[in-house]
Design a protein around this ligand. Structure first.
Ligand SMILES: Cc1ncc(COP(=O)(O)O)c(C=O)c1O
Length: 490
């Protein structure tokens, strides 16, 4: 049962004279403060702080921390976001003094250990992508997209080519067109086939000497592998364009296939998704990019180079000759990059392949057990996630995808992603990840099956057990009102 008193504002919990600690009354400290400090250092009035016992403070913050859901407390099948468990060992490693205490302005000579770790990460990411030139700088997937598109623009400029168009399927994540527009390109959105794949005939209509880049998520945002990706890549390359692979869904392919092997020229990783960096609420993240050799000269600097490999390796920072410049301070979001590096080292090549296989198996198990109540319009089998539709349910009983998502909170599950991608009506995008047990998946599936037959009125009113019910989500994001009021679920 939730302790609603503990989450009252600290000012309401306070009482004069209550203390979390008592200072020593030894002779040395028993004099008046005014005897010890100059008058200029003494406040005329004590600060208006709440006076509390240690238990009040600890209970207040511990209870507040449980009002939200996180991967440490709940199953979190938020499609496209890969909310897998974040191993605590990697947290501990990142806090080792040699890592946590290194000053970002330390000299190259004094940073050799850190540079060695980041160099290794750089190389591992190049190998997993099949694209050898890597920049660790971008701090999120979206920034990786933007950086790669600036890199492509610099490459075309250098070749004297005027390419203005970036193409993407309409199932693309919103950051794809946003990045392309910010990088100065014209955005062209392509309708998919009825099966949810890239429509090759539609794509061909837009391919010419002004085509710069085709951005595609593979597997796509419906959780389906674009089987014609080799043909798509060839079509792009035949007109001198480049293929950008949005790597948000790498959890479905790591260790099995590589973007560079199926025709991609550039990609970003979401280290905070695929490689277990803790994330949520807008950060932190790391969106390193990997590109083909011929694009490497344009990458942002610094890049880490290793010399003296055979005897005693030395690591140094270099800026590629035609670099687009920096996109982030220092070496990028090092804390997240290192958690990813430790994860890759822990799993190794075989473990990474097993990770992928388990993620795909979990998603297919859930899809198979759910589709009689929530149909999955596209794809007989899925990769690491699938998109179910609540359209029929809504037509029949009025219960929408949003209603199901909200009611799941009462059952103790974070909601799946809803209403994305836009090509599926009443979409629920479910991504279990490999870190969940069959018991957890079954419990979630049972909850959904229960919800779809519950009283629709009650489901419309959900959630019933959370302290915030149904805020105006756009309003809450655009005009947040932070208030210090008690959290009392009704
Ligand atoms: C398919 C896809 N592409 C790009 C992004 C952007 O990544 P980030 O949130 O790290 O900026 C996301 C994020 O959810 C995504 O799902």
């Amino acid at each position: 049962m939730r302790n609603t008193t503990a989450t009252l504002p600290l000012f309401d919990l306070a009482a004069p004279g209550r203390r979390a600690t008592r200072f020593s009354t030894s002779p040395a400290s028993s004099g008046a403060l005014s005897d010890l400090l100059p008058a200029s250092a003494l406040a005329s009035n004590p600060p208006p702080l709440p006076e509390l016992a240690e238990a009040d403070i600890v209970r207040h913050f511990v209870n507040l921390s449980t009002l939200n859901m996180c991967v440490d407390t709940h199953f979190y099948p938020l499609g496209s976001c890969t909310m897998k468990y974040n191993p605590k060992r990697h947290e501990r490693l990142c806090r080792l003094p040699g890592i946590a205490d290194l000053h970002p302005h330390a000299t190259e000579e004094d940073s050799q250990g850190m540079l060695a770790l980041l160099y290794e990460m750089q190389e591992m990411l190049g190998e997993i992508a099949g694209l050898p030139a890597v920049s660790l700088q971008p701090a999120a997937g979206a920034q990786g997209e933007f950086t790669a598109l600036l890199t492509a623009a610099a490459y075309f400029r250098d070749r004297g080519e005027k390419r203005t168009k970036v193409l993407f399927p309409s199932s693309a994540h919103g950051t794809n067109p946003a990045s392309a527009a910010l990088a100065g390109f014209d955005c062209i959105q392509l309708p998919p086939t009825t099966n949810g794949f890239v429509d090759i005939e539609e794509l061909k209509k837009h391919l010419d000497e002004t085509t710069a880049v085709f951005m595609v998520t593979n597997p796509n945002t419906l959780g389906l592998f674009e089987k014609e990706i080799l043909q798509i890549s060839k079509l792009l390359h035949d007109v001198g364009g480049l293929v950008y692979i949005d790597g948000a869904n790498m959890n479905a392919i790591v260790g099995v296939t590589r973007p560079g092997d199926f025709g991609g020229d550039m990609m970003h990783y979401n280290v905070h998704k695929t490689f277990t960096g803790p994330h949520g609420a807008g950060g932190p993240g790391a969106g390193p990019i990997a590109v083909r050799d011929f694009l490497g000269d344009y990458l942002p600097g610094p890049i880490i180079r290793k010399t003296n490999t055979a005897t005693s390796p030395q690591y140094s920072l270099i800026t590629p000759p035609k670099s687009i410049g920096r996109v982030r301070s220092f070496f990028g979001n090092v804390g997240i990059l290192l958690r990813g590096a430790f994860y890759l080292r822990t799993l190794g090549p075989q473990g990474l392949r097993e990770m992928t296989e388990q993620a795909v198996l979990n998603a297919n198990y859930m899809k198979a057990r759910l589709q009689d109540v929530l149909p999955v319009p596209q794809g007989e089998f899925c990769m690491h996630e699938f998109v179910a539709s609540a359209k029929a349910l809504k037509d029949e009983s009025g219960v929408s995808a949003m209603d199901i998502a909200k009611r799941l909170l009462d059952h103790g599950f974070h909601a799946p992603t809803v209403y994305f991608p836009l090509v599926v009506p009443e979409a629920l995008m479910i991504e279990p990840t490999e870190t969940e047990s069959k018991q957890t998946l079954d419990a979630f599936l049972d909850a959904v099956r229960e919800i779809v037959v519950e009283d629709p009125e009650m489901v419309h009113e959900a959630p019933h057990t959370t302290c915030v019910r149904r805020p105006d989500e756009v309003g809450a994001a655009r005009n947040p009102v932070f208030c210090n009021t008690a959290c009392i679920p009704n």
